[in-house]
Design a protein around this ligand. Structure first.
Ligand SMILES: C[S@@+](CC[C@H](N)C(=O)[O-])C[C@H]1O[C@@H](n2cnc3c(N)ncnc32)[C@H](O)[C@@H]1O
Length: 211
């Protein structure tokens, strides 16, 4: 039997305290990066991998997006996301699953957003899935944590274990993987954060002619 994903036992209150303004202060920059990707893509169908409690979904415009799908291993986070974004109604579909095990019809999404999730799984496996799920002309926006910086200690043992086990993914490695699946990098930026930390944000795009 495989070991359960440690994220399944991280309480939402601990996670949000750690990522909020009194902790690492990364929730606001992550929401802003989602907004940027969302506004650029104006997707009809959106998939958020590792959606957590729904950070950023406040930017979804129901007049633009018909389908919003979130996938996460933590059921408590999904319950909170459902409550917070009840106004999205049946447009919002939430699935409690390992990203690598989740299934969707090929070419189902125009925008796939994966922020701070590649660090917790095998990057190649997720890129392969994204390549399957992404529609022709679609975009995938990714946020990676870069090395360096410090910050307050995580408030729970589970989070501290996760932080130790996390594997940073070099942006170059991710670019090579997406390139292998015919989804080249379109734009990238580095975002400085509090506590000397930083994110890399990249957008990969598939040609409209590709399936
Ligand atoms: C650091 S949080 C990022 C939250 C969110 N993407 C944001 O922008 O605020 C990582 C999230 O990925 C989820 N996660 C971790 N490993 C996962 C996996 N293998 N499959 C699906 N979700 C996963 C965690 O439960 C958590 O909600």
């Amino acid at each position: 039997m495989s070991t359960p994903n440690p994220w399944t036992v991280v309480q939402a209150a601990d996670y949000e305290r750690h990522m909020g303004p009194d902790g690492l202060d990364q929730l606001a920059p992550l929401s802003q990066l989602f907004q940027q990707a969302y506004l650029a893509a104006q997707p009809d169908r959106l998939l958020v991998v590792g959606c957590g409690t729904g950070n950023g979904l406040e930017h979804v415009d129901p007049a633009v997006t018909q389908r919003v799908v979130g996938v996460d291993v933590n059921l408590q986070y999904l319950g909170i996301a459902r409550q917070r974004f009840f106004q999205l109604g049946p447009r919002l579909e939430l699935f409690c699953s390992e990203a690598a095990a989740w299934r969707a019809a090929p070419g189902s999404f125009d925008l796939i957003h994966a922020a701070l999730v590649f660090e917790y799984l095998y990057p190649e496996v997720l890129v392969r899935k994204i390549a399957e799920w992404l529609a022709g002309g679609g975009a995938c926006s990714v946020v990676l944590q870069l090395p360096g910086g410090q910050g307050p200690e995580a408030p729970s043992k589970a989070l501290r274990i996760i932080e130790k086990a996390m594997k940073l993914v070099p942006p170059d490695e991710l670019m090579r993987l997406f390139e292998t699946y015919g989804i080249p990098l379109r734009r990238q930026e580095t975002i400085p954060l509090r506590h000397g930390r930083s994110f890399w944000a990249g957008t990969f795009g598939r040609d409209p002619a590709q399936k």
